[in-house]
Design a protein. Structure first.
Length: 439
């Protein structure tokens, strides 16, 4: 199948070709004709499946350039990064059409956004908080919206945006086309879908909670206080004989933890930056740009900040700390192995995280094998002794007194027996989970 088979007009086909896309992804093949036909859509698709083009392309086609100042397409997203990415895509795909896209999110000055709204736009991509703020002050007019997209709806609900979403919906005209995208489904999403959508086309390219199968996942058992030293070692040597890691997205649970780890990595000579909700928008944009450009090797991120990040061919995701909510693990590792690439996810699991890993395995119905811990050096400074300190890993314990640089490298090849032992279904939590997310 080609993009030209989907009924897209020449201006859009030209832009898509220039982006280097050959064939539509499954979500695009199914959603583009449905959206063009004016249908409401309920789509199960994660970031990385090409979902953005699946709604942006047909909506660009449905809009004729007009002089109106009020937007006719509204896309709501959970994070600023995702909003900025969608807006960029809309500008790229729409470069041969005279349509205007603007993006609105919090954490930056509002004046340029107010100015842009005054000048008018056709597509408005926004996070809910800032949008409502501007709409309530009469600065954003949503009365002409004829196409409404709720992107990453599961994450929006996780982040507590349900009331904001309902408030935004009240500001929209009754007659409109609605599209809802969500990586996972639970009862809250179904309820929202029932409220929002009329006779929708159902498209599912991401079965419920399925893990990106192309991601090779392994874990190390390592005491908490030794994690950072292991991580430094891994950046230098890799988890196998693969050599240095050039680019890895490292997840911590807290903003403070992300800052601290980024600093520790820098001290150890690894270019690193942290990205989380307390960072200014300009710091986040810079960190992401530096990471994409290869200027920094480690981007240390919290859950929320990482959501939807589009980093091409990201080879490695590290779970420095496991998430409290199993579904977050799936989202985290979904940052790698995107658009046909293969990727790897390495988890550093302290003793008190063992139960979190079990929950993750149950949710994925797949096991994550432990692999042998490489020899790594724990500097004998402060209260820390050399490698085998008081709290040793219970398994894969490294040999002691290994000189730096002579470290034996761990096998990356996971224990296939462990992998093949797919688990049966266990009790599941909804996307919001039974545990609080700490970031
Ligand atoms: P998304 O899921 O929308 O975040 O897209 C993930 C990545 O896939 C982005 O970098 C897109 O530019 C890219 N992409 C989207 N559609 C295609 C396609 N048909 N062929 C190749 N790459 C694509």
């Amino acid at each position: 199948m080609n993009f030209s088979d989907l009924g897209l007009e020449p201006e859009l086909l030209r832009a898509v070709t220039e982006k280097g896309y050959d064939t539509p992804t499954p979500i695009q093949a199914q959603a583009i004709p449905a959206v063009l036909a004016g249908r409401d859509v309920l789509a199960g698709a994660q970031t990385g499946t090409g979902k953005t083009a699946s709604f942006v392309l047909p909506l660009l086609q449905k809009l004729e350039a007009r002089k109106d100042s009020a937007p006719r397409v509204l896309v709501l997203t959970p994070t600023r990064e995702l909003a900025a990415q969608i807006a960029q895509n809309a500008r790229d795909y729409g470069k041969y059409k005279a349509l205007r896209t603007i993006v609105i999110f919090g954490g930056v000055g509002e004046n340029p956004q107010i100015q842009a709204l005054r000048q008018g736009c056709d597509l408005l991509i926004a996070t809910p908080g800032r949008l409502l703020d501007l709409a309530n002050r009469g600065l954003a007019d949503l009365s002409r919206v004829s196409h409404f997209v709720l992107d990453e709806a599961d994450r929006m609900l996780d982040m507590g945006f349900i009331h904001d979403i309902k408030r935004v919906m009240k500001l929209l005209p009754q007659a409109r086309q609605n599209l809802l995208f969500s990586a996972t489904y639970n009862d809250d999403i179904r309820h929202l879908a029932t409220r929002l959508l009329t006779n929708p086309v159902h498209i599912d390219v991401a079965p419920r909670n399925s893990t990106a199968e192309r991601v090779e996942q392994v874990a190390f058992r390592v005491p908490k206080e030794q994690k950072r030293h292991l991580l430094v070692h891994l950046f230098g040597h890799g988890a196998t004989d693969e050599g240095q890691w050039f680019q890895a997205l490292v997840f911590t649970r807290t903003k403070h933890g992300a800052n601290k780890l980024a600093q520790q990595l820098e001290t150890a000579g690894i270019r690193a930056a942290a990205i989380h909700g307390n960072k200014s928008q300009s710091a986040r944009v810079k960190a992401l740009a530096d990471f994409k450009a290869g200027k920094i090797a480690a981007l240390v991120a919290t859950e929320v900040a990482s959501r939807g990040l589009d980093i091409k061919e990201l080879p490695m995701v590290v779970n420095y700390e496991l998430p409290n909510v199993p579904e977050d693990y799936v989202h985290r590792i979904g940052r790698t192995a995107r658009a046909g690439a293969t990727g790897r996810a390495v988890s550093l699991v302290a003793q008190d995280e063992a139960s979190l890993l079990r929950d993750i395995e149950k949710t994925m119905r797949q096991s994550v094998p432990f692999i042998e811990l490489p020899k790594f050096v724990v500097p004998a400074s402060g209260s820390e002794a050399t490698q085998a300190s008081n709290s040793r890993p219970t398994e894969n314990r490294p040999k002691q007194n290994q000189a730096p640089g002579t470290a034996h490298r761990a096998r990356f090849t996971p224990d296939r027996r462990a992998r093949s032992g797919e688990r049966g279904s266990g009790p599941r939590r909804g996307a919001a989970g039974g545990r609080a997310r700490s970031t």
